[in-house]
Design a protein around this ligand. Structure first.
Ligand SMILES: NC(=O)c1ccc[n+]([C@@H]2O[C@H](COP(=O)([O-])OP(=O)(O)OC[C@H]3O[C@@H](n4cnc5c(N)ncnc54)[C@H](O)[C@@H]3O)[C@@H](O)[C@H]2O)c1
Length: 275
């Protein structure tokens, strides 16, 4: 039986992209309740309507960087029907603010990217973990990125936020295992996915991932209590190559031949405009 069956699932950023697909998959696997926290009111209304026949869906419009509001929403969520902390938390909300060089970005953009992508998952997990540890069960899945494993020009702050998620999430995974808490942590590092968030990126050799397939792999990784999921699998070895190759050789092979360092050159994002 799927671990989603009869579970309470909270997904941040679950009103669009892979978060939305994972929400549908959780309901299809028998989740008792899907809670979606997202900043986008229209997308939340659309997803609530689309999923209404699949099971109980609770949506909450919230900016996850407003930590006082997040705490209030969390306390309301656990007070409601005496239900407890979610069984499964998927930290999926994320942003990218353009493809400018680091020194061309505003301090506001730097702060916002770090707050949404790195700080918010930590704070939300920090709210959920004590109850999970106390009841000796629970699962937190943190959506990082392949950009959290390799340096990438024109997305330096995004990369920084995702490197932070990888380091934090996998460290908590070790803590949970060493303390034998019964709580599982899965860190996910996918390459580009065609959700719209990274519209305009070009990938020379590695294929851009399909949202449906990516979401299915993440859901399966949660069901199997996998510690770390990289997509495609080959990306898992990138840190090995970083370790063994001299930097100019690494830059040449992965940056130039694989073209990773130029993927962001034609980025437009959802607004469709090249900067
Ligand atoms: N699309 C890709 O190429 C790609 C690749 C690797 C990793 N990721 C990561 O996967 C996750 C999902 O990405 P996606 O492609 O589905 O993107 P998406 O833009 O479709 O979904 C992100 C969701 O997060 C929500 N969100 C943004 N800021 C928020 C805030 N402050 N508070 C609450 N909600 C907020 C948005 O409204 C949106 O619904 C992100 O963390 C992203 O960084 C994406």
């Amino acid at each position: 039986m799927s671990k989603f069956n009869n579970s309470r699932v909270l997904i941040t950023g679950g009103a669009s992209g892979i978060g939305k697909i994972m929400g549908r998959k959780a309901l299809e696997r028998g989740a008792a309740e899907l809670i979606i926290w997202d900043i986008n009111k229209e997308s939340l209304a659309a997803v609530a309507d689309e999923f209404k026949d699949l099971g109980r869906v609770v949506t909450c419009q919230i900016d996850i960087t407003k930590f006082a509001e997040v705490e209030r929403a969390y306390n309301e969520m656990i007070a409601d029907d005496n239900a407890a902390t979610p069984d499964i938390l998927i930290n999926c909300a994320g942003i990218v603010t353009g493809n400018r060089l680091f020194h061309e970005q505003s301090r506001r953009e730097i702060d916002k990217t770090m707050e949404v992508n790195a700080m918010a998952p930590m704070y939300i997990a920090h709210l959920c973990l004590p109850s999970m540890v106390a009841r000796r069960s629970g699962h937190i899945c943190n959506i990082a990125s392949a950009a959290g494993l390799v340096s990438n020009p024109r997305m330096s702050v995004y990369a920084a936020s995702k490197w932070a998620v990888v380091g934090w999430s996998d460290s908590v995974r070790v803590e949970m295992q060493e303390e034998q808490t019964g709580v599982h942590i899965t860190t996910v590092a996918p390459y580009y996915i065609s959700t719209g968030m990274f519209d305009g990126v070009r990938s020379r050799i590695l294929p851009i991932l399909k949202p449906e397939k990516t979401a299915e792999k993440i859901i399966r990784a949660i069901e199997r209590n996998n510690d770390f999921l990289t997509m495609p699998l080959g990306y898992h070895f990138i840190r090995f190559w970083q370790g063994v190759l001299p930097t100019p050789v690494f830059d040449f092979i992965f940056g130039k031949i694989f073209g990773i360092y130029s993927t962001m050159d034609n980025f437009t994002g959802r607004n469709g405009k090249k900067e």
